[in-house]
Design a protein around this ligand. Structure first.
Ligand code: FES
Ligand SMILES: [Fe+2]
Length: 342
């Protein structure tokens, strides 16, 4: 049987440092959606522990910057807003949405003040449909390369991502390592045991519930147990884009949720999930799906925190993987291991 990663990797701060440098810094991260950005406007986020601000100017041009003031390092923008400039709260240096330093109080008294060299440092940003991604690494690969077959697989299911409307964001902090949260997402071996409502809706038997990988993408296909003829989305499709992005699509009306598993400390993970629905989906159906998903989420929360307590004990060195049902975890671990060894 294949082994899991060493359990020490789920608690060791040095491993987390290496993951940040070798896995998270070079990766593209989902940071939000186009609806958050007024023209003109901005929102502040964080990517691989780098503060990032995403802006859109009057012409609709999307840009990203390291959200750190070039004066003495205060974080410049916070939250989100609709305005033409970003002003640092410390000494009021003011930047345009194109990152240029517009105004630094008393700079006219500084001989040779290099104003045009003191713009915000750029960060790569790009979009897939309404979804905004950022990459704080030194030499980012193009976003479409990183997404691989994800957009095609979503389109093939019949979902037009451009027509989706953002509904709400759910946020949580989980007491488990980001890899435990990811691995829990990557198998449905636990569904029958731990998710009764989910298993009533989706056929989680190994014959029906299909698993596949394509590069950094892992996909789970779950047919519904009963197919109502009006349903636009014929099956559940759950995607995981290594290193830490989860996407959920449930059968029924057009629905889509997307969000990362962000490491805070070796044993804490921040999660957010942006829910999107088709423009004509009934509010009652949306509420039902959200309640269902929250229920499954609560069940998973207890499971991953239980795993963290177990692996953190140090009493056992590693676990084992089921060759069929946990093949996506094996894939995740191989990618993680290879990146850390580089
Ligand atoms: S640190 Fe931003 S203006 Fe001084
Ligand atoms: Fe689960």
């Amino acid at each position: 049987m294949e082994k899991t990663l060493p359990y020490s990797w789920y608690t060791d701060p040095e491993i987390l440092e290496r993951e940040r440098e070798r896995i998270f810094l070079p990766a593209w991260h989902y940071v939000g959606h186009a609806g958050q950005l007024a023209e003109p406007g901005y929102y502040a986020t964080e990517v691989a522990r780098t503060p990032v601000v995403v802006t859109r100017d009057r012409e609709g041009v999307l840009r990203g910057f390291v959200n750190v003031c070039r004066h003495r390092g205060h974080v410049v923008a916070s939250g989100e807003g609709s305005r033409e400039t970003l002003q640092c709260p410390y000494h009021a240096w003011t930047y345009g949405l194109d990152g240029c330093l517009r105004k630094a109080p008393r700079s006219e008294e500084e001989p040779g003040f290099p104003q045009n060299e003191l713009g915000l440092v750029p960060v790569a940003v790009d979009t897939w449909g309404p979804f905004v991604f950022a990459n704080a690494g030194a030499d980012p690969e193009p976003l479409p390369h990183a997404l691989g077959s994800l957009p095609a697989q979503v389109a093939e299911l019949g979902l037009d991502v451009d027509s989706l409307v953002h509904h709400s964001r759910w946020e949580a902090e989980v007491g488990a390592n980001w890899k435990i949260v990811s691995e829990n997402f990557l198998e449905c071996y636990h569904c029958q045991v731990a998710h009764p409502a989910f298993s009533d809706l989706i056929d989680v038997s190994p014959e029906a519930y299909l698993l596949s990988t394509d590069g950094r993408l892992s996909t789970q296909h779950g047919p519904p147990r009963t197919i109502a003829p009006v349903e636009e989305v014929p099956r559940a499709q759950f995607h995981f884009l290594w290193p830490n992005l989860g996407i959920n699509i449930f059968p029924g009306h057009p629905n889509f949720s997307i969000g990362p598993f962000v490491p805070l400390t070796p044993d804490r993970t921040y999660r957010f999930l942006d829910y999107f629905f088709g423009p004509d989906v009934e509010p009652a159906w949306i509420e039902e799906l959200l309640a269902f998903d929250q229920q499954v989420g609560q069940e998973d929360l207890a499971l991953v925190e239980g795993v963290q307590r177990g692996v953190a004990s140090g009493a056992v060195e590693h676990g084992v993987l089921m060759s069929h049902s946990e093949q996506l975890i094996a894939h995740f671990q191989a990618l993680t291991d290879a990146a850390l060894a580089r």
